[in-house]
Structures are given as structure tokens and as C-alpha cells.
Design a protein around this ligand. Structure first.
Ligand code: NAD
Length: 435
């Protein structure tokens, strides 16, 4: 069993035992309901794991990567069950993948692969069955091909000559993360970052009150919306988080991508849109420190990716890779709050160490759930044949994520447990109620 699956299962098992759940129930929480393994275009191994449907149709991305394997897909499907449950969505957990290096395929081959996946998965996906989305190396363009293929098959199976808009919209709900003109939702691109910033602001409000029962033993009353933030990763999630956090008043003082990091001297804030503009021009962040206010002060500098994680900022946001905060560097982390925007950026060992030290960690299943929440809103708009403006989407996203945060926060305070343990408890209880 791979480490990710082992870790996902161990936290579910331990939480369930803590809640005194019987072995049979624990088994039900751990065991996927269905596992599909198939070959597409005669040579690409493909998977779809449908982990749990107690709360609604399975929901989860499809990834294209040479290292995809069944254990990884099962682990990710399991975590989707927890994520959908903790956020209160009427979705279960699923995940799919194809063992392929998409960079070695031409666009035509990529399209053929995407369509072939849908032809194979057609019998077990659908608006009320299983709703895939983009994931690693898949995007709205690929989902566009997939939904087009799905609709072609639906049309030929149902033998309907002309499909009305309502039926078409309902069929389109089989996938989320679609291009806007194919039924995608406004606000999806920024949703994960927006959700993370919303949760961070809510956390700061709670920590500013006196009755947080020592959740953090570090004096946090100094941390507010003007606090300094370092962000690892400047892709979809990292950039949106950085942009929205800056607009909200946070001082985003360091950002990085795979090639390096930059910071403002004395932790002065960076001009995030300008950093992005520079990254687009140069292709990477390192060397982009001379932008905006930082350049005027001649005080920006390039740092390594490791240094970024160890900066004396108040808030650290890993938004790139898994296991980046681990046994090797945990004692060097100086942030007082960590928002897990990537999936699994903190190892269990480091989580335990930092929590004991008093660092407040917002767990990934909550912090980065903005993406799946807006996926749900996309599904809902399609099912109802509606199109919402971005204001409505953002409003609904914030309502859902804040409700989830409150539940997790209250549980954490009540039982004096970490936000991660609280999130798993809340999620598992909701699933067990449904059983
Ligand atoms: P992305 O590919 O758009 O961006 C990843 C970023 O990380 C890039 O800027 C890349 O240069 C950077 N990066 C890679 N290696 C790095 C390193 N060693 N040091 C610093 N930066 C590095 O991906 P994304 O969609 O932004 O996803 C980031 C993380 O968030 C992943 O763990 C993903 O699973 C998770 N996540 C994403 C979403 C979403 O909606 N996109 C939702 C939930 C979780």
C-alpha cells in the first residue's frame, strides 16, 4: 500500500475509533464501493475509483500522469469523500486517472485519449452517478472534449433527434470544470484560492477572541489581516490565493514556483499582479523581485524554495506539492498559521510536531475545498439549467465554506483537538449519520 493511502486510511481509522464506531462501520468508511480498471486505446491503463456515495454522486478529478497507480487514486477518492462531507456537499468521493505522460502526446492524441476514457467510463459516470472534473495535467479544454464525447453517446443511446436546452444542461452536469460556453461556472478558476482566503480570515477572527481554548499556544492576537504571508507555488491555487489575500490587505511578502522564490526585504509586500506579469514574460518567478514597490525600494531578493518555507512570516501557505513540510525542516518553520492549500503538504510527523508547538494548521480537506464547492455549484446550475453571475457564485462559495469552517472550529475548541482531527470527525460523523 502506498504512503498516501496508508496515511488517509490511518487518520480515518483513528478518528473512527476515537468516535467508538464499530469495525463494520470503519470498514465501510475505508473500502471503496467500486474500482474500475481498464485499458484505453489498447495501451493506456486507466482507473476510476468510486469510494463512497452515501452523500450523493461520486465527485473527483481525472488525472493524466505516468506515475498514476491504483493506490494513489484510491487515496485521493477517499479524501474526496472526506472533503465533500466536511464541506456539507451532497457529493460522495471518487477519482480517476490514466497512466500516461501527456507531454509526449500531440494535441490530437490527447483529445483521442480523453474521448476514449469517456467511452470506457460511460456506463458508470453521469449527473446522478459520478461527476468527474479536471485534476493534475487535465484542464477545462480536456473536460470540454470529454463532455462533448459524453453527449454524443447520450444522443445516440437516447435516439433523440433534437435535444432541448434543459436536457443538454442536465447531461453536461456529468462533468465539472467545463469551459464556460459548455456550461462551466464563472468563478471556478479562482475558487480554491478564494475559499482558502475566506477560511483564513474567519480563523483570524476566531483567534482574536479570547475563548479559543488554547488551540494555539503561540500568542496569535497580533496576527490580523495585515499579517505577512509566504506562498509556495504560483499556479492556479497559489496565484489566486496571493492575489485575493493581497486585495484583502494581507502582506504577501514571498512567493515561489518550481524554479525559485522571491521575497521583499524586511518582508515588504510584493505587487502580485506585477509579479505574475513578470513571470509570464520571463517564464519563472526568480529574478522578478524588482517589481512594484519592492523595486522602488531596491530591497527585493531571490531566495531558495526551502528558505521561503522558513521565513519569519505569520502565515505560510504551501500551495504546490505534497510533503514539503516534513521531518527535515519542521523545526525551522517559523509561521504561526499554516494554510494547507496543496493536498497533503505537511507530513503526519510534522503536523504533530507543529501542532504541539502551537502552530495552527488549516487542513487541506477544508482549506482547499473552494474548488470542489464551486464544482458543486456548477453541477447545480447545470441541473437547474441556470447561469449565475460571479457575484452569486462567490457568495454561495463563502456561505458554504464558512459554515464548514465554523463546524470544524467549534469541534476543535470543544474537544481541544487540532483542526485536522476536528475536520475528520465532522466528516465521519456526517457519513455515519447517513448510514
Ligand atoms: P498548478 O500546476 O497550477 O501550480 C503548481 C505551482 O507549484 C506552479 O507554480 C509550480 O511552478 C509550483 N511548484 C512546483 N514545484 C514547486 C516547488 N518545488 N517549489 C515551489 N513551487 C513549486 O497546480 P494548482 O492547481 O495550483 O495546484 C496546486 C496544489 O493544490 C496541488 O497540490 C493540487 O492538488 C492542490 N489543489 C488544487 C485545486 C485546484 O482547484 N486547482 C483544488 C484543490 C487542491
Amino acid at each position: 500500500m502506498n504512503a498516501m493511502l496508508e496515511s488517509a486510511q490511518s487518520i480515518i481509522r483513528n478518528t473512527a475509533k476515537g468516535l467508538n464506531l464499530p469495525d463494520k462501520t470503519i470498514d465501510r468508511l475505508l473500502t471503496p464501493e467500486k474500482i474500475y480498471e481498464f485499458l484505453i486505446l489498447k495501451k493506456f491503463k486507466a482507473f476510476r475509483v468510486q469510494h463512497n456515495s452515501l452523500l450523493g454522486p461520486y465527485k473527483g478529478g481525472i488525472r493524466f500522469h505516468p506515475n498514476v497507480n491504483l493506490d494513489e487514486i484510491q487515496a485521493l477518492a477517499t479524501l474526496m469523500t472526506i472533503k465533500c462531507s466536511v464541506t456539507g456537499l451532497d457529493f460522495g468521493g471518487g477519482k480517476g486517472g490514466v497512466v500516461v505522460d501527456p507531454k509526449k502526446l500531440s494535441e490530437t492524441e490527447l483529445e483521442e485519449l480523453s474521448r476514449a476514457y469517456v467511452r470506457a467510463a460511460y456506463p458508470f459516470i453521469g449527473t446522478d452517478k459520478d461527476v468527474p472534473a479536471p485534476d493534475l495535467n487535465t484542464n477545462s479544454k480536456i473536460i470540454g472534449w470529454m463532455v462533448d464525447e459524453y453527449i454524443k453517446i447520450q444522443k445516440s443511446k437516447s435516439k433523440i433527434q433534437t435535444v432541448d436546452e434543459k436536457t443538454l444542461s442536465y447531461w453536461r452536469a456529468t462533468f465539472t470544470g467545463k469551459p464556460i460556453d459548455m456550461g462551466g461556472s464563472l468563478g471556478r478558476e479562482e475558487a480554491t484560492g478564494r475559499g482558502g482566503v475566506t477560511v483564513l480570515k474567519a480563523l483570524l477572527k476566531k483567534l482574536a477572541t479570547k475563548n479559543h481554548s488554547g488551540l494555539s499556544r503561540i500568542w496569535t492576537s497580533q496576527i490580523d489581516i495585515n499579517s505577512t504571508v509566504a506562498i509556495q507555488g504560483f499556479g492556479n491555487v497559489g496565484y489566486s490565493f496571493a492575489k485575493i489575500a493581497s486585495e484583502s490587505g494581507f502582506k504577501v511578502t514571498a512567493v515561489s514556483d518550481s524554479k525559485g522564490a522571491i521575497t521583499g526585504n524586511k518582508l515588504l509586500p510584493l505587487d502580485i499582479p506585477l509579479v505574475m506579469q513578470c513571470k509570464k514574460e520571463k517564464g519563472y518567478i526568480a529574478g522578478c523581485y524588482c517589481v512594484g514597490g519592492v523595486c522602488d525600494l531596491r530591497s527585493g531578493r531571490e531566495i531558495s524554495n526551502d528558505e521561503l518555507l522558513e521565513l519569519p512570516v505569520e502565515i505560510l501557505v504551501p500551495a504546490a506539492l505534497e510533503n514539503v513540510i516534513n521531518g527535515q525542516n519542521m523545526s525551522k518553520i517559523r509561521a504561526k498559521i499554516i494554510v494547507e492549500m496543496a493536498n497533503g503538504p505537511i507530513t503526519e510527523e510534522a503536523h504533530e510536531y507543529l501542532t504541539k508547538k502551537g502552530v495552527v494548521i488549516v487542513p487541506d480537506v477544508l482549506a482547499n475545498s473552494g474548488g470542489v464547492i464551486v464544482s458543486y455549484l456548477e453541477w447545480l446550475q447545470n441541473v437547474r439549467n441556470e447561469k449565475w453571475d460571479v457575484g452569486r457564485v462567490n457568495e454561495e462559495l463563502e456561505k458554504i465554506i464558512l459554515k464548514a469552517f465554523d463546524k470544524v472550529w467549534n469541534r476543535s475548541v470543544e474537544k481541544k483537538i487540532s483542526l485536522k482531527d476536528a475536520a475528520f470527525e465532522v466528516a465521519i460523523e456526517r457519513l455515519v449519520e447517513k448510514m
